[in-house]
Design a binder for this molecule. Structure first.
Ligand code: ADP
Ligand code: 5GP
Length: 206
């Protein structure tokens, strides 16, 4: 059900926390209403302003573990001490209505996803430097000191896994990075195998 076809682009977006993937994906979706973001399941508590079902499906650890046991996840991982996963059922609900889905997941999840769906396109969002990353994390104002320190430690590890991804978008200037992410979507849609039916149609005189 996650598999790509001519009309469906599964796009994985990963970065260290604070590099800007939420911002970039929001901008991409504003310009491409035919794409939808996958809403993940998490054991993390909602932050101020977050809504159940829109930002995440917030569940207890027991519910999450029960979902793992019955194979309900396309992928899941523990990130910064909490569990996050992509529900196969939620993807199935959204997929018929869209031309692609964006999965904002960590590199462990990206690895599982790629193993399951090799033609999924992986984008790694790179912060221009670790100093800028730290500034963005503090500037966002959603994490306490301990959480910022943990995310910066984790960032160094995540950066070493960039080889798993098909594209690296450098998020220095926001407009330039947004244009790069959009270019990936546009290019992937022009893949030869996605256009095979269009070629056939032209050959048949359609
Ligand atoms: P992530 O989803 O990767 O954790 P966010 O999208 O929440 O990151 O971005 C972290 C912070 O950095 C936010 O406050 C966001 O507004 C800011 N930000 C994102 N991209 C840029 C950019 N290119 N230049 C300056 N600030 C940015
Ligand atoms: P946050 O707690 O800041 O919302 O998210 C922390 C990290 O969890 C994000 O950087 C994102 O990469 C990761 N994440 C969110 N949803 C999923 C998911 O469904 N699967 C995996 N593997 N990671 C996720």
């Amino acid at each position: 059900m996650l598999h790509a076809d001519e009309d469906f682009l599964p796009l994985i977006v990963t970065s260290p926390s604070g590099a800007g993937k939420t911002t970039l994906v929001r901008r991409l979706l504003a310009r491409h209403p035919e794409l939808a973001q996958s809403v993940s399941v998490t054991t993390r508590a909602p932050r101020a302003g977050e809504e159940d079902g829109r930002d995440y499906h917030f569940v207890s650890r027991a519910t999450f573990d029960e979902m793992v046991a019955r194979g309900a996840f396309a992928e899941w991982a523990e990130v910064h001490g909490q569990r996050y996963g992509t529900s196969l059922e939620k993807v199935a609900e959204v997929r018929p209505r869209v031309k692609g889905m964006v999965f904002v997941i960590d590199q462990q999840g990206a690895r599982q996803f790629k193993a399951r769906v090799p033609e999924a396109v992986g984008v790694f969002v790179l912060p221009p430097s670790l100093d800028v990353l730290e500034r963005r994390l503090r500037g966002r104002g959603t994490d306490n000191e301990e959480s910022v320190a943990r995310r910066l430690r984790d960032a160094r590890v995540e950066l070493t896994h960039y080889g798993l991804f098909d594209y690296v978008v450098v998020n220095d200037d926001l407009d330039a990075a947004s244009a790069e992410l959009e270019a990936v979507v546009v290019a992937e849609r022009a893949r030869r195998w996605r256009r095979a039916a269009a070629v056939e149609s032209v050959l048949r005189g359609g």
